[in-house]
Design a protein around this ligand. Structure first.
Ligand SMILES: [Zn+2]
Length: 481
């Protein structure tokens, strides 16, 4: 029996249970830091499989790890599971028209129900493989909540849980099968508040000091800043408190939420400092008081090159998910749910990626069946999304996989994605991801030279230790983010 055949045997053994978990977590659809039922489901299942639980990591009630030691217990490797959902994206599974299970309720529009379940199956398969072959290693399933909120992995990394981990693998549900060479950018979020003096806006305007003016001036300052920042940087903001609804009162308080993104954590921090300077300037101009509180931050993510090569080879060996006519039918119907502008953009991106001559063929069978393998590049492109996996990748060699769980062109964080992630398409992608991750785990665990190489690459990146982008006094904002 080949190594892959053996992994497939274990995958078969855990198939039904894994599908049931993916479905259950999809139904729970719990918001960031509120994933109590989902976390409990995993902890119970992993305990029953002989894993030891360490609960409440880094002071986060829904963060945990489950550890299983085989033989000498070395090397130690982790799988990074997520299970949080997104607000308002409730949607019936497998349906291609909008129909929430419960109006306004959360839904798994990012597929984290699949993400965690695949990590579960691969943790079990990898453990069984090591045990049945008389090999050594420790498998750790990291239960990481709130990826869609303030994140948790940076807090778990800061608390040192990855210090003795030799490598980590994870994946994300996607429209494509790939081990990418792209990165994702670093991000920092903060609340800014201004305090002024209230007064009668008509009778005694000269006695008032407007916090709302300060907030508006801060935004204007940031608009001017945009011309003087690097192309890949982004600054987003939202009013969280505009000081009330009475124009005849000079507003004595106002608050905003800002998010700053840039490719590298150092660039992001520099840009964030410039935003703080602008906020100070706005307070000075209006004689108000400014205060700010950093609420979240993720490091940039780039996969560890040595591990990415291994993961890519395993993906090639396992192959892409096998789609049936019913899957293509659902994918075609789902594309029809998008408006003309989105469809035009989907066609354009298919033409750019696959060549204009293939667009019609792909729209007939809009599920990715090819494999985008990893290539080493000197300067990875940083796409403007952010993930707390970036922090783990600064703490221990880590890389991630994408496997198709929705149609080509599908928009992330959408009701369409909730539908796919509860459907047969999502489940097929999930099982394929689990197989690839399990194979990569056992191969890497048996390859000390590869682990050494991956660690050298990490050393060049982090200088020997993980530095959390958050100040030490910023604690996980459980229940308040
Ligand atoms: Zn996600």
């Amino acid at each position: 029996m080949t190594q892959l055949e053996e992994i497939r045997k274990y995958m078969e053994k855990y198939r039904e249970e894994t599908l049931a978990i993916a479905r259950k977590v999809w139904e729970y659809a719990e918001l960031p830091f509120d994933e109590h039922k989902s976390a409990a489901l995993y902890k119970e299942a992993l305990t029953a499989q002989g894993f030891e639980i360490e609960d409440g990591l880094a002071g986060i009630p829904t963060a945990f790890l489950a550890r299983c030691k085989v033989g000498s217990g070395k090397p130690v490797f982790g799988l990074l599971a997520e299970y949080d959902a997104l607000d308002t994206l409730s949607q019936e599974a497998g349906l291609t028209v909008r129909k929430p299970v419960k109006e306004g309720a959360p839904g798994h529009g990012c597929g984290h129900n699949l993400l965690g379940a695949a990590c579960y199956a691969s943790a079990l398969a990898a453990r069984d493989y090591l045990r049945d072959n008389g090999l050594d290693g420790t498998v750790i399933f990291f239960g990481c909540p709130a990826e869609e909120g303030a994140g948790s992995k940076q807090f778990i990394a800061r608390a040192g849980y990855f210090d003795d981990v030799d490598f980590c693998y994870t994946w994300h549900p996607s429209t494509h099968n790939e081990v990418g060479n792209n990165g994702s950018v670093a991000i920092m979020g903060a609340n800014f508040s201004f305090e002024g003096i209230a007064s009668h806006a008509g009778g005694s305007p000269h006695l008032g000091r407007s916090a709302l003016d300060a907030a508006e001036l801060m935004n204007i300052g940031v608009q001017f800043l945009r011309e003087h920042m690097i192309d890949q940087a982004r600054v987003h903001y939202a009013f969280t408190n505009a000081g009330g609804t009475a124009p005849n009162v000079v507003q004595d308080h106002a608050a905003l939420k800002y998010e700053v993104r840039a490719p590298h954590v150092s660039q992001m921090k520099e840009l964030f400092d410039r935003v703080v300077h602008i906020a100070r300037g706005a307070a000075e101009m209006t004689e108000t008081k400014m205060d700010y509180e950093i609420t979240m931050a993720f490091s940039d993510y780039v996969g560890n090159p040595a591990l990415s090569e291994m993961l890519s080879d395993c993906m090639v060996e396992c192959g892409a998910p096998v789609w049936e006519e019913a899957d293509y039918q659902m994918a075609r119907d789902m594309l029809k749910s998008y408006n003309e502008a989105t469809l035009t953009s989907i066609r354009a991106s298919l033409a750019e990626e696959f060549g204009p001559e293939r667009v019609e063929e792909l729209l007939k069978k809009p599920l990715h069946s090819e494999l985008n393998t990893y290539e080493r590049v000197k300067n990875p492109v940083y796409r403007s999304g952010s993930t707390d996996v970036g922090d783990v990748a600064y703490a221990t060699p880590t890389t991630t996989l994408n496997i198709a769980t929705s149609c080509l062109g599908n928009v992330g964080h959408s009701w369409q994605n909730t539908s796919f992630c509860g459907s047969q398409i999502g489940m097929k992608g999930m099982l394929k991801a689990a197989e690839i991750l399990a194979l990569a785990c056992v191969r890497t665990a048996q390859d000390p030279a590869l682990i050494e190489k991956a660690k050298k690459e990490l050393l060049a990146k982090n200088g020997g230790h993980y530095t959390c982008p958050l100040p030490d006094d910023v604690l996980p904002p459980v229940g308040k983010y």
